[in-house]
Design a protein around this ligand. Sequence first.
Ligand code: PG9
Length: 609
Amino acid sequence: MAPDIASTKYQALVPGADYVKQVVMIPMRDGVKLYTVIVVPTNAARAPMMLTRTPYNAAKRAARNKSPNMASMLPEGDDNFVANGYIRVFQDVRGKHGSEGDYVMTRPIRGPLNDTKVDHATDAYDTIDWLVKNVPQSNGKVGMVGSSYEGFTVLMALADPHPALKAAVPMSPMVDGWRGDDWFQNGAFRTNNLDYISGQTAARGEGVQLSTGVHDDYDMVLRAGSTADLAKRFGVDQLNFTKKIFEHPAYDSYWQEQAVDRVLAGRPLKVPTMTVVGRWDQEDIYGAYATYAATEPRDKQNDMNHLVVGPWRHSGVNYNGSTLGALKFNGDTAAEFRRDVMQPFFDQYLKDGAPKADTPPVFSYLTGANKWQRLDRWPLAAATTPIYLKDGFRLGFDRAAGTEQFDEYVADPAKPVPFVPRPVRMGDANVWKPWLVTDQRSFSDRTDVLTYVSEPLRAPLQISGQPMVNLFASTSGTDSDWVVKLIDVYPDEVSTQPEMGGYQLGIAMSIFRGRYRDGLDKAVPITAGKVENYRFALPNADHVFLPGHRVMVQIQSSWFPLYDRNPQTFVPNIFYAKAGDYRKATQRVYHAPGMESTIELPVVGPAGL
Ligand code: PG9
């Protein structure tokens, strides 16, 4: 009766493999060991190492296909690392999958929020220290790359980098969970996070996806009531990170002190870094620009801190970048960037004897014109030009007053505006990944959406920077959300792509929770009927509205079920709003003298229609 399960020492052979894969448990300074997969090309000698630290299962990340070929086995975005002979390393962060220790969601840096001796900076340091001493085929130089959570772990390694960390490419990094990355956007909570939290923290390995039994998430979330009710329904309210989120609805010190741009702002800039993000990044549209801006003042020669923005969805840089939803670009923009910009950048710092790369400070894809631009700074526009909301639902650069002072709509929390056409399937990758480029026509004619549109443009209008919302508005309630969408309306007919005729493409869209108008850290009720000035930034854009296109602005008070509903009655904590708190409100948007609602556009070149 000899047992038939092989010992842990057993290793299956992969005949003809062009790599050797080994798994090691790397000890950290506190004795905790982290599960690490090291893939070494068979002919490697003095090769650089590329490290990714992940909560998403290192064993799986290094096993896309079962194959003797390293290129097929590793993730698609690793194509150039393989072609250039890199050693590839994936590691489970502490507490997840094969790693020992405690998992803390996006574990904050040591300090007021982390009283242990370890964080992602120390774990990256200890890992790199071990790798350079224990991988004989390496040249002792390490790069770090990764997207989203993995991008966050790249940035955290920069807080106190090991001297062998020579270059870093954080992609779509999670930087500030409240301002706009992952958990919230300007205080509005993304309800699909409950599923993510359950998937990540219900177990050390694979967690639990929610079993809703409802095809349309719009119905599922609406029926539940508040977000706390929704969490309770699935038992997710018992998870520690859900509790932390519910305890911190405002931008208090809990969120401020773990914001990675703030963490990095005060530290020396030692590692050449290229921060990458997608223009239509549906998960982390905030942080890449924030860390770039926080680091830039210390980049005296403008050659250490780089920003890349491609026409991509979240993490789209690692996949095929020829299309996004209905949009078509010139060739595979992602493969082109990885091969022509990212790889030479890494090679310069990591490969022995590699030439200096011709890396621009900023590499940005100008959407609309569909071409890459090499820029020396971001944002490109030094100032903004207001475009005015006018009566007759018009939009223009002149401030000519009309007869109507305002437009109004009734926002009903019982019938919130969907963020994509129903049925809403947030977990469906085909819906979720390209949702920011969804045609906004489905919403422009709703009676609870105000839609302002310009005349067709006679000349190109380029915006390169962050548009600012400058809204004068009132509500009959005591709290309110404001969703503002800057949209490019295509001509009625597009000969090269007929389905784009009249398309309403979101260029920069955001939500703002009105209770935070006087400061993000404290909720203040709104006085019913009082006109307030709401100012908030939309996501960065680098876009040309082409001649014949029109500029559109849509305004609404919900974006459901992606964002939790504002009850429109002030309550101390919206997560716990009661059924009776959700009330209809009459919303007024003003375009009157002294109350001129505008979008301040970062125009480059002439501003005209
Ligand atoms: N956007 C995902 C995430 C990052 C950090 C925290 C929570 C979620 C991700 O794609 O990893």
